[in-house]
Design a protein around this ligand. Structure first.
Ligand code: SF4
Length: 478
């Protein structure tokens, strides 16, 4: 929503964020001054809003079973949202005022407290004004995740390895990924990665931790030339693969990076899960978003991976790509379903700072929000009709259609996807732009350590990042 100026009776960054989150939901231009004043008295949050010379008011009583500060913030948001929906007549947002990347965490908190499904459904629809459809979806996803999350224990961890290279940069990419450099630079990276991996192994051994899953992402790890890829995957497997390892994933996002040699390397190393990401099966779209491959390449590489029989194959798509229609999405999903992958993840395009798309927005025609929601409906109906069920879900800022990203599977849940999204396990990050998150299961407190996003800094200061991670792990586990 565009306004002339915004005045708040609070300097709090949280309140500013809340107000902006609500304004972002509504696509309209008000060339007027907006004043918002919030007051908390007698357990009631009052919101007074003035837009130009019009005045509005809402008030709500806080719940006693939640933290007071969090309740005040929720009710400021709810009051504002209600004014825009009820007094201005805007369409309600699918997720209501439920913002944040990991909405399922809230459901797990309520389930852990013993609340039943009907109470949770009621809270989502009444307290957060989420639609019945999204409320049911999130409960379905959370219930499916319980079998993984309930088994977690303090000393069982996962490992993330970041290979920050891609063959080209996608139009919408905002990740810390670099176009594949010359061999000398890759060699430099491999040397740093080796040190990083060996140091992580030492921490794991010294602290007597067990590795449940390994995830090699980036970037696109399969962008590495065959010999570097083989070296990298052997290094990972030699250091972390044990009989207890339950899942070993490699992001093989771009079909043009998959070769027979890499498939052999993955088989040798014990990889059992790969992600092959078409995003769209429409050639014009693939060209537009800067991917140098064809839909036929995707099909060919899918069959090549399938031949080995060892891999669970997931495929990613993006809804709302420039120039795409509902029919394009329907055709993409039909072609993916024809291949019968083990998992499918649908994303809604997020317009992220740092992406080329965001910088050159005026050069592209993006489907409007209502169209993206129709794409979502068509895609989900088709996927569900082929017996796939949703099992992980997350949201991002600036998503088209105010939707969510959802992973579907036939029957086998991606363990790492659940652990990382629910932040319910310690994840040890290694390599470019990787993050280590140490979780205290009792207090639910997360402590993090970040490797540099920028490759030059990571290569220059590898020992510094290793040291920071080792100290963080020692502090918590020793
Ligand atoms: S494949 Fe992923 S990481 Fe690589 S450029 Fe595209 S969006 Fe970025």
């Amino acid at each position: 929503m565009k306004i002339k100026s915004l005045h708040l009776n609070s300097d709090s960054q949280v309140v500013k964020k809340i107000v902006n989150e609500v304004l972002d939901l509504f696509d309209s231009e008000f060339n007027e001054d907006l004043t918002i004043e919030n007051f908390f008295r007698d357990e009631v949050v009052e919101t007074h809003m003035k837009l130009g010379d019009r005045e509005f008011f809402r008030s709500e009583r806080i719940r006693q079973d939640e933290i007071e500060r969090a309740e005040i913030n929720r009710l400021i948001k709810k009051n504002l949202y209600r004014i825009f929906i009820e007094d201005f007549g805007f369409d309600s947002a699918p997720w209501g005022i439920l913002h944040g990347v990991r909405p399922t965490k809230l459901i797990h908190r309520w389930l852990n407290r013993g609340e039943d499904e009907s109470q949770i459904l009621n809270r989502l629809e009444t307290d957060y004004l989420a639609s019945a459809e999204k409320s049911q979806l999130i409960i379905e996803v959370a219930n499916r995740q319980r079998s993984i999350l309930e088994k977690n224990s303090r000393d069982v961890v996962s490992i993330y390895i970041g290979i920050p290279f891609c063959v080209t940069r996608c139009l919408y990419c905002s990740f810390a990924s670099h176009v594949l450099p010359k061999s000398e630079k890759i060699r430099e990276f491999m040397t740093a990665l080796r040190r990083d991996i060996q140091a992580a192994r030492k921490s794991i051994e010294d602290l007597n931790l067990k590795v449940q899953t390994i995830y090699i992402g980036g970037g696109t790890p399969t962008s590495l030339p065959d010999e570097f890829f083989a070296e990298m995957i052997d290094l990972v497997s030699e250091n972390f693969s044990t009989d207890r390892l339950e899942e070993f994933t490699v992001e093989a996002g771009r079909p043009d990076t998959i070769t027979r040699s890499k498939i052999e390397s993955m088989n040798r190393a014990g990889v059992n899960r790969v992600s092959l990401n078409p995003q769209s099966m429409n050639q014009k779209t693939l060209d537009r978003i800067g991917r140098r491959h064809t839909p036929e390449d995707i099909i060919e590489k899918f069959h090549m991976l399938r031949e080995s029989k060892n891999f669970y194959i997931n495929m990613d798509t993006i809804l709302g790509l420039p120039g795409e229609t509902v029919n394009d999405v329907a055709a993409t999903i039909d072609q993916i379903l024809e291949l019968d992958p083990d998992g499918i993840t649908i994303h809604s395009l997020a317009l992220k700072k740092g992406s080329r798309l965001k910088l050159q927005l005026e050069d592209y025609e993006l489907p409007i929000d209502s169209e993206v929601r129709s794409m979502y409906r068509v895609a989900v109906d088709k996927i569900r009709s082929r017996n796939y069920s949703p099992y992980y879900l997350y949201r991002q800022s600036y998503m088209r259609g105010d939707l969510e990203n959802v992973g579907f599977t036939h029957n086998k849940l991606g363990i790492y996807n659940v652990q990382i999204m629910e932040e319910n396990q310690t994840i040890i990050g290694i390599g470019g732009a990787a993050t280590t998150k140490v979780l205290d299961l009792k207090s639910r407190k997360l402590m993090s350590s970040f490797n540099a996003k920028d490759l030059i800094t990571y290569l220059r200061d590898t020992d510094y990042y290793i040291d920071k991670r080792s100290k963080l792990l020692e502090e918590f586990y020793d």
